[in-house]
Design a protein around this ligand. Sequence first.
Ligand code: F3S
Length: 296
Amino acid sequence: MEIIRAKTAGFCFGVDRAVKLTYDLLEQGHKVATLGPLIHNPQCVADLEAKGAVTVDDAADLPAGFEVVIRSHGVPASVYESLRAQGAVVHDATCPFVAKIHRLAQRAGEEGKPLLVAGDSTHPEVVGIVGHTTGPVFVFSNLEELERLNLPEISKNGGFVVAQTTFEAKKWRECVEFLKKVYTNLEIFDTICNATWARQHEAECLARQCDLMIIIGGRHSSNTQKLVTVAGHYTKAVSIETAAELQKGWFDGVQKVGVTAGASTPSSIIEEVLSSMSEEIREEELSFEEMIDASL
Ligand code: F3S
């Protein structure tokens, strides 16, 4: 069995920056609280907590004496205001690609235009984006939902269209095509970040040539689950958080297996999965040799 590891597997620039910032603060002895789990990877969050970080869901729950780290997903404008009002020390790790969408959302509000967001309305990044505009907002997660929206304001005022940074590229193209056909006065900004695009593209290329794709990452990680969807269009794709979840049966009859990981998956977990798989192969080869030895 051949194992091919995706070159883009693992931490993206924005996640890497947020994780390094938090570890550095802890090492320097700061008391650190993150607003929500720093990344969608339970193992990494557990390690940060073991080093003293705490996770709070709301700015109002910030314990006294703790500094706050805003994760790469970003937060609504109201959260900045609340932190400012509390006089909290803020370390803002909002990914610059997300911050760019916040500025577009703010502009839409200032210009009195509706904001259309392609994404998951419950995802923290989308909640943050929506919280930076003051005008009407419409969120859709696919073409069918977009088609069902009643958007009378757009024909009057125009509008801004953005995408969650981890939105599926194929779905985005479908939605943009539809919007261009129906409206002539929209400003469309392709805000899917390069890291997402490159990971999805590589997952597709690998899936096309492999009998099985293993995708490593948090079950609540949007970009990881998108990779599972993308790869699943072309081959069998399974999602795991750690090496312990690998199942022997998946590899029956498999010649080539592709391995990739979401943008919030630490390299240590990827290495662990790869070495467990190699072990597995070695054991199989050994037992095959033993069978031959025994038959001689
Ligand atoms: Fe930023 Fe893209 Fe990662 S938006 S957090 S570099 S997936």
